[in-house]
Design a protein around this ligand. Structure first.
Ligand code: AQP
Length: 339
């Protein structure tokens, strides 16, 4: 089998470990919609609830966050008829393939993952085994679809490289060309949206400070207030990108503007060079409200019909299993399981 024989297929997921943030939206979700609408690939999108429980999740919050995330996918433009949309735990082949990959991946590979080091920190002895094995489950999420392309934010680049290593080692160990060597798709002005309180830290749904992020459920007032309070510096905007090199907070706001307006960061500077943040922030807030508030209201509308969300996810899982069952069966044959 050659790479050319794999169906062009996109897979990506988001954890229901909190509310959807502007970082998830610009770094991932918006690009999921673009890839769906471009029509060049089959698109498979997932709420990765099994990943979420690698750190403690209150069960009631996990259910709420999973449904809210589903509403976020749909409100952002994912059409459950065009894309396959479901939550990971409904498709057991993800976890089954992950076990095989736990036996292919090496401890040393996992130990080098920066997300593991960041999240486990100095307390690795007390971290869950699931958190350590997270990248093997992520590789399984992708490869159980023979996905050829994976749109993600910059923070997932290392996990994608590990996915390629796992696929290559499996193919090599068993003398097959069964799993594709997946291409990461990391592009655009917002591959790494930073915290509004600290431009050197990633915007994250689990950051204890709500002012550090824009939630997709924030209303117009909250969005405007968070941008107004965003950390900046006293300098005006420069005319060239290199003028932002040592100004992470300023750079972050320019990147957010560029991603929302769908222009390059240089084009933002061309229009706003010389402006102080007192002038630029209200313009950014207006743009953010215009683009994000309709998504937030559509999410609330969808959340009011929970049975409909559950029906969409169940149907998505059925469609997903049409792909995953034969790939797991073939994997088990290759590995030598008697069935
Ligand atoms: N700040 C970000 N900028 C750009 N992309 C981002 N992504 C997340 N944060 C940013 C992208 O969103 C997708 C889903 O991420 P995830 O929820 O699976 O996990 P994460 O990267 O760990 O996201 P969070 O918000 O930081 O979650 P917590 O706080 O629970 O760890 C991925 O494609 C990711 O790159």
């Amino acid at each position: 089998m050659t790479e050319a024989s794999f169906t062009p297929r996109v897979f990506s997921g988001i954890q229901p470990s909190g509310g959807l943030t502007l970082g998830n939206y610009l770094g991932a979700m918006k690009r999921f919609v673009d890839m769906q609408d471009a029509g060049a690939h089959e698109t498979v999108y997932c709420m990765v609830d099994l990943h979420a429980i690698t750190v403690w999740q209150d069960p009631a919050d996990l259910q709420k966050n999973t449904r809210e995330l589903a509403a976020g996918f749909i409100a952002s433009g994912i059409d459950p008829e065009k894309s396959i949309l479901f939550n990971q735990s409904r498709v057991p082949e993800h976890a089954q393939l992950a076990w095989v990959f736990n036996c292919v991946a090496r401890m040393g590979w996992m130990g080098r993952m920066t997300q593991w080091k960041d999240k486990a920190g100095k307390n690795a002895e007390q971290a869950s085994l699931g958190l350590f094995a997270y990248p093997a489950l992520m590789a399984a999420d992708i490869l159980i679809y023979h996905a050829t392309h994976v749109p993600v934010g910059e923070d997932q680049k290392q996990h994608l490289e590990l996915t390629r290593d796992i696929a290559a080692k499996f193919n090599h160990d068993f003398g097959v060309d069964f799993f594709p060597i997946t291409e990461p798709v990391i592009e655009g002005a917002a591959t790494r949206v930073m915290s509004l309180r600290d431009g050197t830290k990633k915007m994250s749904k689990s950051d204890p400070s709500d002012l550090s992020r824009i939630n997709m459920t924030d209303d117009a007032d909250a969005i405007a207030k968070k941008i107004r309070k965003a950390k900046t510096d006293p300098e005006p905007l420069p005319s060239e990108l290199k003028g932002l090199d040592d100004r992470p907070d300023a750079r972050n706001l320019v990147n957010i503007y560029a991603a929302l307006a769908e222009v390059s960061p240089q084009a933002v500077l061309d229009d706003h060079a010389g402006q102080q943040f007192g002038t630029f922030k209200p313009i950014l807030a207006e743009l953010a409200v215009e683009k994000l508030a309709p998504i937030g209201s559509e999410m609330s509308r969808l959340m009011a019909d929970q049975p409909e969300i559950d029906r969409i996810l169940a149907r998505g899982a059925e469609r997903a299993r049409e792909i995953t069952e034969p790939i797991l069966a073939k994997t088990y044959d290759i590995v030598g399981m008697v069935r």
